[in-house]
Design a binder for this molecule. Sequence first.
Ligand code: EPZ
Length: 422
Amino acid sequence: MDSIIVRGGSELHGEIPIAGAKNACLTLMPATLLSDEPLTLTNAPRLSDIRTMTELLQSLGAEVTSLQSGQVLAMSSHDLNNHTADYDIVRKMRASILVLGPMLARDGHAVVSLPGGCAIGARPVDLHLRALEALGAELELKDGYVHAKAPGGLKGGTFEFPLVSVGATENALMAATLAKGTTVLKNAAREPEIVDLARCLQKMGAQIEGEGSGTITIQGVDRLHGATHPVVTDRIELGTYMLAPAIAGGSVECLGGRMELVAAFAEKLDAAGVSVEETDRGLKVTRRNGRVDAVDVVTEPFPGFPTDLQAQMMALMCTAAGTSVLEEKIFENRFMHAPELMRMGAQIDVHGGTATVTGVERLKGAPVMATDLRASVSLILAGLAAEGETVVSRVYHLDRGYERVEEKLGACGAHIERVKET
Ligand code: EPZ
């Protein structure tokens, strides 16, 4: 397993290109199952999760060709010959559950392994299943697999999500495009990745209204045709790199960044003493003073502060002047970065879903371990501000969601290198 070594202390100056969104691409790729015509995605990120989804779609008989070193994914599911998503792939990546809705809608049957939990929580899929049942799906849980049937095809229906779920909204939205009649999804997720999926489905001929609002209405159609669609910019990668100059000092332009993708987050950065300026190439982020001020954070569904930026924000608050309270309201166990940050001298008190951080002048570099995707990048960020050397091990977590992190930060003056495991 590779490690990444960061030597803290240098300010960052330069520009960082932001890639296409992992969490948009992971729902856009299964959309190819809805049509027997080719779907091509451009601006695709080059990440291990995308390779895992490619492997899953290919196991179902779809063709996925990666072009331009992974930035273009040419897909076709003209000849699906398998409707079972196996546990050994699904357990590697929970987003695999997103093949369920499209397969069921297209061919009337699907067998998908339950994904199981992960480091940040139990991650149930009950809302995915209830939403599909509202569209007439007959589901049976057997030996850890969901056996889904829709003998006469799916039928439009109304479903109100008891809590906002990104993945369940995506599964239901894709399934509804081919259901007979009208579907109304209430309390639907409003994330930019949902809007991006809806835009792609509309290009394929789907009739969708209200995407991005809490209520999405879909008129089912008989079939969808092919399309080409650019993956939306990754707002979580964007927010992560916006934090780099905030924590290390300096000024960095995040190319491709758009304020509407990170408005709530940018507001918090501004309150902490970090300027975010829209330029014609992206977002320019500059730390105004020598040390940021502590601010409080509550994670919420979009357009609120994203849970996927909570770990990274905590790293910044570890060096802030004052005390910050971070409330994680989306996942039940998303503070695993805290004990690792405390190894670097951070002062963090965790009680249930609330972490109280008392900022310190300087963190100290130390060997730390990545536990999940966003926790691992928060340790890299902390290393940028720490005195001495930080060694982050198990960076395979990092490679799931961040392309060439050492190159992107290194290009702005960070002392960072990847050590390949011998
Ligand atoms: C998506 O996960 C993202 N993953 C997550 O990003 C992100 O943290 C999350 O949305 C919230 O924004 C992808 O898009 C691939 P949810 P998802 O369904 O869809 C509960 C990252 O780091 N819930 O919105 O799984 C669930 O337990 C990853 O890139 C149910 O109870 O999240 C959680 O508490 C991590 N039943 C809450 O809802 C269900 O059926 C929100 O989960 C589904 C979810």
